[in-house]
Ligand binder design. Structure first.
Ligand code: ATP
Ligand code: MG
Length: 432
């Protein structure tokens, strides 16, 4: 797509208006980084970044203090929210050169400079270009256009030094390579391999965020293979190492399943990736799950993510031979909020093995015959009813409630009255 094709988008319009405003006040101003790359790739940029010779003070004075937010004043970044959601928000950053890096992530100081120098501090050549929306021209000081054409992710400058400065770039390199279907420039790849183990210097939140973006993308298998090859995966998930049998054959299988997964769900991909941790030889299911929970908590994932990934891993085999199982097993399984993902994982595993899953197909047919109320009907009786029948709260009450629920799901009982009768029967048979 020609960059000009983006002129119709409101985000593009808003960002261009900011460039025009800065330029008419005598400053240099250009689109910079990822949005230029995305435009050249024919993708709609998520957001537009503007780079300018104006200082943050000058940007705020010119665009209005009420309309601007200094988000990274030390780095010279000012956020300009649009007046509507469709306009998005534009980050306006002063051309800068980064000083010494500390802690493998952040520069100690920045110095305002020319666009040519600003391009040098960016991570990869494909991310290091500028675009002039007024002249409709690309300004490329780093060979980004050629690398984009040749589909190469290449660090700007000395790759080893660039990864030493900021370890987050290691994951960004793999993400761009996998999600664009590009290849890594060999020197860049080598530098990643020799620095990969230092990824632990990056906060777990940022690691998890990058992992999420890679795992929800259809090219997640490519991302995982690259992460493994470069030593990043062993550093990020040491818990998985040594669990893959000889020559990592299980890992290869999991890559095929990841490749075949047809939903854009990082949770489903995590469940596939972490499956070996749910070790079948470990009899206690709670203990098996606790290993997975501990790993996800270490990555500071949300409670919902932890619960969903844990459930998917623990239920991986639950669809097996589904048609032969009682309704009280089938219904709760298929009613679960993650059941759609479980079916997708099952389909992907079958696809990777060169078959189709009869279990998934059966489950879909079954689901199409069920109303929500059939799948998860309101309970027929409560703990009060069981207490009224003389059973105090405790394990026995819980067991009785479960047995009655099962009978309801099995469609043996369907009314409050029949449930109470059934309760009496259960009490007499267990207390003759
Ligand atoms: P995406 O938004 O799709 O993740 P992006 O390249 O736009 O990709 P951003 O995080 O939005 O990524 O950053 C915008 C630009 O800032 C990048 O294109 C790059 O030029 C520069 N940049 C971002 N992160 C780094 C980094 N860690 N080191 C050097 N430059 C970076
Ligand atoms: Mg971006």
């Amino acid at each position: 797509m020609n960059p000009a094709d983006h002129t119709t988008s409101q985000r593009y319009g808003f960002a261009s208006a900011i460039v025009r405003r800065l330029r008419s006040a005598g400053y240099q101003a250009l689109f910079a980084g990822g949005c230029v790359r995305d435009q050249l790739l024919g993708r709609i940029p998520k957001d537009y970044d503007v780079a300018t010779s104006a200082s943050p003070e000058q940007v705020m004075n010119l665009l209005g203090r009420q309309r601007t937010i200094p988000v990274g004043a030390a780095f010279g970044v000012v956020m300009v929210p649009g007046s509507t959601a469709a306009e998005g928000a534009v980050e306006v950053a002063t051309f800068r050169s980064d000083g010494q890096y500390i802690d493998g992530r952040r520069p100690t100081s920045v110095r305002f400079c020319s666009p040519i120098e600003d391009a040098q501090r960016r991570d990869f050549t494909i991310n290091g270009m500028f675009f002039d929306p007024l002249e409709n021209t690309v300004l490329d000081y780093v060979g980004g256009q050629q690398d984009l054409q040749q589909q190469v992710v290449r660090a700007i400058g000395d790759p080893l030094a660039r990864f030493h400065e900021d370890k987050l770039r290691l994951l960004r390199a793999v993400r761009f390579t996998a999600t664009f279907g590009f290849r890594l420039d060999p020197a860049t790849e080598q530098a990643i391999c020799s620095t990969g183990h230092q990824i632990t210097q990056v906060s777990v939140e940022r690691i998890a965020q990058e992992m999420r973006r890679m795992l929800e993308h259809p090219e997640r298998a490519l991302a995982c293979r690259l992460l493994q090859q470069t030593g990043l995966l062993p550093a990020i998930l040491p818990e998985l190492q040594g669990l893959d049998g000889s020559a990592g054959s299980d890992f290869t299988t999991r890559l095929s399943i990841l490749q075949a997964l047809s939903v854009e769900s990082a949770e489903a991909a995590w469940a596939i990736l972490l499956q070996p941790l749910f070790q079948p030889q470990q009899a206690d299911a709670k203990r098996r799950l606790s290993l997975i929970h501990a790993l996800l908590r270490r990555l500071k994932m949300s409670n919902q993510e932890i619960e969903d990934i844990g459930w998917l891993t623990a239920h991986r085999a639950a669809l097996h031979n589904l048609a032969a199982r009682p309704l009280h097993d089938i219904k709760p399984l298929l009613h679960h909020s993650c059941s759609r993902l479980l079916l997708a994982i099952n389909d992907a595993a079958a696809h990777a093995a060169g078959t189709v899953s009869d279990d998934s197909n059966w489950a879909r047919r079954f689901l199409s015959t069920q109303t929500p109320d059939q799948l998860n009907p309101p309970p027929l009786i409560s703990g009060h009813d069981v207490a009224a029948a003389g059973i105090p709260p405790g394990p026995k009450m819980r067991l009785l409630l479960q047995q009655i629920r099962n009978a309801q799901l099995d469609e043996i009982i369907g009314t409050h009255a029949t449930a109470l009768q059934f309760l009496q029967q259960l009490i007499t048979t267990t207390n003759p």
